[in-house]
Design a protein around this ligand. Structure first.
Ligand code: OXD
Ligand code: MN
Length: 608
């Protein structure tokens, strides 16, 4: 399609203006068809940017290797450019919007010379759903177009939905002019130097401007930029929630269905939980989303969650037939792999895939790599944040209602992170306000999904720290307001805090995780039914030690350790929240949360 085929005059002008600035060789409007996807992949294979995998091993699939500096989200270069700095809050980088636009306009000048400019009309959520949002991304990266085609609904239907004057979120993206080095012609994708990368959001005008990175979260602008950062702003103004949550469907042996959402920080197992195979008999888990959920009240007063993406952008390392067969099957064909190892017979390999490297590989740097199992310090063949982009419809456990335009009614919301100590396997909040408190204090060990964050435990409220598009204190207030706005408090989902990552003092996992997490889901289900065995504790409502079926290899003592309240550990937690964490929110911290912190401390002290 060409720009002249577009019937929306405003959109046409916006595209033409950006083309005049960036000076591409040509402009192409994406229709989202298979033919278009295939021809773009062919183009990238011919230019050496992509490697076609062996069609007997991975039909319809390709491998990309990024520039070594462009392998993850870059939080230090991500901005919420609100008019007032206070509105971006303490968890976001901020630059005055006019200044940032000036800097970025200079960078965009001529940045698409020698390339094609692609226009991607896309919908987050089913096209035509009153809850969906339309964006239009302009990019000079075929890699981005192909990933967007897998991850979102792209093309003609979206343009039809926009009509002649519909609203869309404008999203600019250019991989940028390589600045201090020559643009590589050896198959490594172009991107700009770190200090010229910008992932910018303008919340008042609802625009996204991205420059200098081709990596997923920085470049597929429907995902983190629109469906989370800009969507949180829309959600605040319109009374709903845009969250970093998987959605799963849990069916009991009696056939009763409960929908559960769960927010864990990046690379903490959302894809694994969403696709879990229960180890308890006759329970079933099905998948609706592995990363993002939009939640709003239905006319029946229940909170509904809608899946907004159409694919999985999953972390490859650690994904095996044992840990997550459904993810491997989802990525067994028609998949884009980024920064994994390549085998001699044209298949992919990564650390934790479940078998040794079959002979000599080419690693993610494009260099020969031979596995040395005696060398624990061997650099990995696959980058720790290497990814697969796979269509959701290939997931064997995809729930039939995954693309229901009204979403599914949620019974439980889980928060969690990687916490080797203190936080028990599971506890339930007393009500929505207490659940909001638990979400606000979630912390996790830092993973490889972001490039520039010091290791250790960091607070990651609602697993949204990198994705809240406004002041995080106001975001907590919005969560409280959503609870208050419920027609009937008893219909609100119950909120839980889970931790699959507890370790013993000598560093061994206390809980096997993966499929055995179904045992915790079963207790959560019983809490929703009102049949769970529970005990009230200073931190919230917990299972009795015998309430959760014990997996093989987990002793009763392990179970006691997993389900006891570590009073001293929690008092340290309270101290850290009070002195190092909450103060940054200043006046924006809702009083209710401070009251709950005080209440937690008194209960802990009383129990000591
Ligand atoms: C992701 C992330 O890619 O959270 O989903 O980084
Ligand atoms: Mn994510």
């Amino acid at each position: 399609m060409t720009v002249n085929d577009i019937k929306h005059e405003g959109l046409k002008k916006w595209i033409n203006d950006f083309a005049a600035l960036t000076k591409p060789d040509s402009v192409y409007v994406c229709d989202g068809s298979k033919k278009e996807y295939d021809s773009l992949i062919d183009k990238m294979v011919s230019s050496g940017l992509a490697i076609r995998l062996n069609p007997d091993k991975k039909p319809g699939s390709v491998l990309f290797r990024s520039d070594p500096s462009d392998v993850a989200r870059v939080e230090k270069r991500t901005y919420i450019a609100s008019e007032k700095q206070e509105d971006a809050g303490p968890t976001n980088n901020w630059i005055e919007p006019h200044e940032l636009k000036k800097t970025m306009t200079e960078l965009y000048k001529g940045s698409m010379k020698g390339r094609t400019m692609y226009v991607i009309p896309f919908s987050m959520g089913p096209v035509g759903s009153e809850f969906s949002k339309i964006g239009v991304e302009i990019t000079d990266s075929e890699y981005v177009v192909c990933n967007m085609i897998i991850m979102t609904r792209v093309g003609k239907k979206v343009l039809e939905q926009l009509g002649t004057d519909g609203y869309y979120v404008p999203c600019y993206h250019s991989v940028g002019k390589p600045l201090s080095k020559g643009e590589s012609d050896n198959g490594i994708w172009p991107c700009a130097d770190m200090e010229h990368k910008y992932i910018a959001h303008f919340p008042e005008t609802r625009e996204i401007w991205s420059y200098g990175s081709g990596y997923g979260g920085n470049a597929l602008l429907g995902k983190k930029c629109l469906a989370l950062r800009i969507a949180t702003v829309l959600a605040r103004d319109e009374g709903w929630l845009a969250e970093h949550m998987l959605i799963l469907k849990l069916t009991s042996p009696e056939g009763k269905v409960r929908y559960i959402t769960a927010a864990f920080p990046s690379a903490c197992g959302k894809t694994n939980l969403a696709m879990l195979i229960p180890t308890i008999k006759d329970w079933k888990v099905e998948t609706l989303s592995d990363d993002i959920a939009w939640l709003r009240f239905g006319s029946d007063g229940r909170l509904y969650a809608m899946a907004v993406e159409t694919g999985f952008f999953g972390v490859a390392p650690g994904t095996s037939m044992k840990s997550n067969p459904n993810a491997l099957i989802s990525a067994s064909k028609n998949t884009i792999f980024t920064n994994v190892g390549l085998t001699e017979d044209g298949d992919v390999w990564w650390e934790g895939i479940g078998y040794d490297a079959p002979g000599k590989l080419i690693d993610w740097h494009g260099k020969e790599w031979i596995q040395d199992k005696n060398n624990k310090d061997q650099a990995p063949a696959a980058h720790p944040n290497s990814r697969f982009t796979a269509p959701a419809v290939q997931c064997p456990t995809l729930a039939k209602e995954w693309d229901d335009p009204k979403g599914v009614p949620v019974s439980a919301i889980l928060f969690g992170g990687r916490r080797p100590s203190t936080i028990p396997l599971v506890h339930m909040s007393r009500d929505w306000t207490h659940g909001t408190f638990l979400g606000s204090i979630v912390g996790s060990e830092v993973t490889a999904a972001t490039l520039d964050v010091a290791s250790g435990i960091r607070r990651d409220p609602m697993a949204m720290k990198p994705f809240i598009g406004y002041n995080a204190g106001d975001y907590f207030k919005h969560w409280l307001d959503v609870g208050k706005s419920a027609k009937d408090q008893s219909l609100l989902p119950k909120i839980f805090y889970v931790n699959w990552f507890r370790k013993t003092d000598d560093g061994k996992w206390l809980w096997p995780g993966y499929g055995d997490n179904s045992r915790v889901l079963k207790w959560i289900f019983e809490c929703c039914e009102g049949t769970a065995k529970t005990v009230d504790t200073p931190i919230g409502i917990m299972p009795t030690v015998d309430a959760i079926d014990r997996p093989e290899g987990v002793t009763e003592d392990d179970m006691k350790a997993l389900l006891s309240v570590d009073i001293d550990g929690w008092l340290k937690e309270v101290n850290d929240i009070r002195n190092n964490y909450y103060p940054q929110f200043g006046d924006h911290l809702p009083k209710e949360l401070m009251d709950l912190l005080n209440n937690l401390e008194s209960r802990l002290r009383a129990a000591k």
